[in-house]
Design a protein around this ligand. Sequence first.
Ligand SMILES: Nc1ncnc2c1ncn2[C@@H]1O[C@H](COP(=O)(O)OP(=O)(O)OP(=O)(O)O)[C@@H](O)[C@H]1O
Ligand SMILES: [Mg+2]
Length: 231
Amino acid sequence: MNEHVICCQNLSKSFVQGELNVTVLKDVNLNLRKSECIAIVGASGTGKSTLLHLLGGLETPDTGVVHVNGQNLAQVTEAGLGRIRNKSLGFVYQFHHLLSEFTAIENVAMPLLIRKIPAQIAKEKSIEMLTRVGLEHRLQHKPGELSGGERQRAAIARAIVTEPDCILADEPTGNLDEKTANQVFNVLLELNQAMNISMIMVSHNTGLLKSFDKILTLHSGTLNESDRQSA
Ligand SMILES: Nc1ncnc2c1ncn2[C@@H]1O[C@H](COP(=O)(O)OP(=O)(O)OP(=O)(O)O)[C@@H](O)[C@H]1O
Ligand SMILES: [Mg+2]
């Protein structure tokens, strides 16, 4: 029994930088419950992206363990890790990473086609998700024909089309103006509530932080819960 979507214990990670071995994360512990929304804040270079990469199985920790839905990421095969990422996790980045030669529908359908879901069903599901994020009028547009906020909403639709248990979002509104950032953020919060998707989001936008269940600050390699006033 494990009620946590993601939990990690004693995660540490160092990188070699020139002649130095720099410890970025030291004994980091984090538990994410179903439907919970956690914000991670901290100065540039403190390891926020590194932490998300470790939680999503995109990098391996030097020490410590990550469990996603009770599965220890260190004990699954590369193919198993791919399945956990495709089934349980959705990733949203500061840059949208949509494929430029494909339409919004095709981009959003991609994770389902990778899962070998029939094309017609994948298409219907993509339209449903693009509609959820308010892009029902942009289905056939390619990324170059979308605004920054629309691209980011398409990227969110792609992250949720598989109905993941958790979204890992790394500054998803970082490239957007304040109004568009708020709209994109509200889309994520609505999805969190409507679809019970848990969320861990790295954000520098202090105006958005009040909406999170918990705010965690990374500083000198350690992660601590902040009170809302000081965050
Ligand atoms: N693959 C790598 N090789 C060497 N050093 C790395 C690597 N990835 C990250 N680092 C270093 O680890 C530290 C943390 O990087 P990270 O990208 O996690 O920071 P961050 O908190 O996300 O910063 P930002 O807010 O600027 O995005 C930085 O000093 C960075 O140079
Ligand atoms: Mg980062």
